[in-house]
Design a protein around this ligand. Sequence first.
Ligand SMILES: Cc1ncc(COP(=O)(O)O)c(C=O)c1O
Length: 436
Amino acid sequence: MNDNPKKKFIGSLPQKELLKLYSKHVNGPKVRFFKSLGLGVIPGERDGIFLRTLEGPRPGDPPLEMYNCRTSGGVYNLGHGNPRITQIVKDALDSGLDIGDHILLSEQRALLGKKLAELMPGDISKTTFGVAGGEAVDCAIKFSRAYTQRKGCISAIGGYHGHTGFALATGDPLFRDNFLWNLPEFKQVPFNDVDAMRKAVTDEIACVILETIPATGGILIASEGYFAEVREICDENGVMMIIDEVQAGLGRTGELWAIYGGLYPNEKVVPDFMVLGKGMTSGIYPLSVCSYKPFIEKAVYKDNPFIHISTTGGSDIGCVIALEMLNIQSDQKFLNHVKDMGKYFQRGLEEIKEEFPDFIKEIRGRGLMWGVEFHNETNSQLAMLSIIKEGVLLDYCDNKKDTLKLLPPLVVQKHELDVILSKIRTALDKLKKIKK
Ligand SMILES: Cc1ncc(COP(=O)(O)O)c(C=O)c1O
C-alpha cells in the first residue's frame, strides 16, 4: 500500500509486474512490441509538459523523463494537469455534476453547443456530442447519408478518421482488412488531387471527409486552394463536406480552425460538418463533437429525436471541461502564443534539417504541428528511438512511417522548445556517429 496520496494510483506495483498484467489481461503483442524497441515502460507521473515513466526500460535504468511532444495526438494541448482545467473538474464534481442522462435535456450541452456555434466557421451551429473522435466521424457520415439519401463516401488515401464503423470504412486497408470491413461505396483518392476528387464525386456520393492536415498520413500540407475547390465540387454535386479537425483544430495551427485560416491565412472554407475530439477536454473526461449546419438537423431528427444517441457522449462533466478549454484556447492571446511558438519551433527544426541533410528530407507543418520527413523509414525509426531516449516523447505517422510527428502542448514556452530542439539535435548527432 502506498500512503502518499499522490502515488495512490501511480507506481502501485513494480513496472515488471504491471507489464506482465498488461500482457496477460490487456494486449500481449503491444507489450512485446514496446519491449522490442527497448521501450518496455509504463507512464507514471505527469505534470505540465513532462511525462515520467515508472521505471527505466531495463532493470537499474533510471525512469525516462520526457518532454511530451506526442500529447496523444493533441489531447494534452494544455499540458498535463492544467490548473484551470483541474479546478473546473473539482468545481463540477463539488456541485454534484456527473455524466447526466443522455435521453434527457442538459444545461451543460446547451451551453457548450452555444459556445461552439459562436466559434465555428460560417453558420455551423448545431452539435451532436460523442465520446471519441471515431464516434463523431460516424455521426457525421450517418447524418450525411440521412440528408442526401446516398451511401457513398470519399476520403483521402493515408487519411485517418478512427477505428469505429463508418470511420474505419474511410481508412486504409491496413486497419480494416483483418475485420473484413470493406464498404464498396467508400472510396479513397490521393490527398491534394483536385482532379481525382472531381472524378470520384458523383451523384451517388453522400460525403467527402478530409483532415485539414492529415496527421497519420504524414502531416501533409495541401496546396492553397485545394479545400476551396473541394468545397465547390461538393456544392456542384449536392455532397456534404466533412472536415475532421480532431488533431489540427482547437488552435493547433495558431488559428482556432485549420480550415478557416489556419492552413492558409486567406483561405477560409466553411464545411458542412466539423468533427472534433482528442483535445476537447484536455485529457480529463472524453468528449467529441460533430457540429453541422442547421439545415441538416431536420433530415436526421425529424421523425425521431432519439435516432442517434450516446450514453456517455456529451456528458455534463465533459461539457463543463470543454467549455473552459474553449474559453482558454479561443482567446486571441493564446492563439498568438501558439503562432509565436510555432514560428520559433519551425525555425529550429529547419536549422536541424540543414545540419542533418543525410537524414532529413523535409519539414512540414503549421503552428505547433510538425512532421519531420526522413529519407527512409529505417532512419526515422532509429531517430525516433534516439530522440525518445534523449527525453522527447514523439512518434511516427502510422501511414507514412518515414515521417516523425511533433505536437508539443500548445502552452509550451520558448525555453522548453530550446531544450526540445537541443535534445533532438543531440539524438541525431548520436545516431550519425553510430551510423559512421
Ligand atoms: C484525425 C483523426 N480523426 C479521428 C480520430 C479518431 O479519434 P478516436 O481515437 O478518439 O476515436 C483520430 C485519432 O487519432 C484522428 O487522428
